[in-house]
Ligand binder design. Structure first.
Ligand SMILES: [Zn+2]
Ligand SMILES: [Zn+2]
Length: 335
């Protein structure tokens, strides 16, 4: 099968993935195989090819927001049959036994493994995932529209929960890419007013067109202080700026798997029970809750399609903030 492979030892950068013909994976016990229809491109993939994150295996196939058709079911794999539609998320496997797993925080599992990081992902014609962590999807959905929900959407939903923002309050979104443009729509449904901070004029216009109450640059002050904020840019400076714009008791949720150093800031920015916290991974409960929201009323997901072979171009354009919304790889021959 065709796959885009991050070869060990290759020079870091967004041109790093090599198109290769590799053996089709065979599902082992408890696993299912997906014929991938579409796979979203995530900033985490950019961190992998850029060398910010170390791949968890040699010759890795990235991709952790894949929609596919089940075409093989391994021994003992439950819940899926050949022909079903299913999704793969960042959450490849959790142990179910550690203190985090048994207290509803499997996103922090001591033995957690990630799709497209420790196991091959969806930048390929097929992939294998544990049935326990695969997402059942309804028949007849649009695979390209659904793929970005599986990371950008779910992690945005978790970030919104961790921001502590309540219905009717003011939420700040810092950076406006794939995840933020879905998160904005969830928050709108909660009756929140949303202020978007982006250095990119086209991103600000996109935010306003989706219903943001205000859009400005990072250094601008919003019309009112924020009850909570989510930062999407992998920049410590942005997180500290967000903190400065909070009301008393507000939280900045940092939605980034990798970030540069947090600059020093005065304690007064943090005092009054303001909080800055990271958002790490997702739980299956997050996925279920978020997919139920998506089923209740579809989100307007802005898709930028690329053929699988152009994964490097998609990553380079993401690095350059060269499109609005989400990049999605379409797998040739998938139907
Ligand atoms: Zn992701
Ligand atoms: Zn665990």
């Amino acid at each position: 099968m065709r796959a885009m492979v991050l070869e060990s030892g290759s020079p870091a950068g967004p041109g790093r993935l090599i198109p290769r013909e590799i053996p089709e994976p065979v599902p082992g016990p408890g696993e299912i195989r997906l014929k991938v229809l579409a796979c979203g491109v995530c900033r985490t993939d950019l961190h992998l090819v850029s060398g910010d994150l170390e791949p968890g295996k040699p010759d890795l196939v990235p991709g952790h927001q894949a929609v596919g058709r089940v075409d093989a079911v391994g021994p003992g794999a439950e819940g899926f049959r050949v022909g079903d539609t299913a999704g793969a998320t960042w959450l490849y496997l959790t142990c179910g036994r550690c203190i985090y797993c048994v207290t509803g925080r499997e996103n922090l599992c001591d033995r957690i493994r990630f799709t497209g990081m420790h196991a091959d992902g969806g930048y390929a014609e097929a992939m294998v995932i544990p049935a326990t962590h695969a997402v059942p999807l309804p028949e007849g959905l649009s695979a390209p529209d659904t793929a970005p929900l599986l990371c950008a959407g779910v992690i945005g939903y978790r970030s919104l929960k961790l921001s502590g923002v309540l219905p009717g309050q003011i939420l700040g979104l810092f950076g406006f890419g794939a995840s933020a443009h879905i998160t904005l729509q969830i928050a709108l449904r909660m009756g929140c007013r949303i202020c978007v901070f982006s250095r990119d004029d086209a991103h600000r216009r996109h935010a306003l067109s989706l219903g943001a109450a205000w859009a400005g640059r990072l250094e601008d002050n919003p019309p009112e202080p924020l009850h909570g904020a989510i930062t999407f840019a992998p920049s410590g400076r942005v997180a500290v700026e967000a903190l400065r714009k909070l009301r008393k008791g507000g939280t900045v949720a940092v939605n980034a798997v990798h970030m540069d150093t947090l600059p020093a800031f005065p304690y007064s920015s943090l005092y009054q029970e303001r909080c800055i916290r990271s958002v790490a991974n997702i739980t299956r409960e997050d996925i279920r809750e978020f997919m139920a929201l998506a089923a209740a009323g579809p989100f307007r997901v802005k898709i930028n399609p690329f053929p699988l072979a152009e994964a490097n171009i998609a990553l380079a354009r993401m690095l350059a903030s060269d499109f609005q919304g989400a990049a999605v790889l379409l797998i040739p021959g998938a139907a």
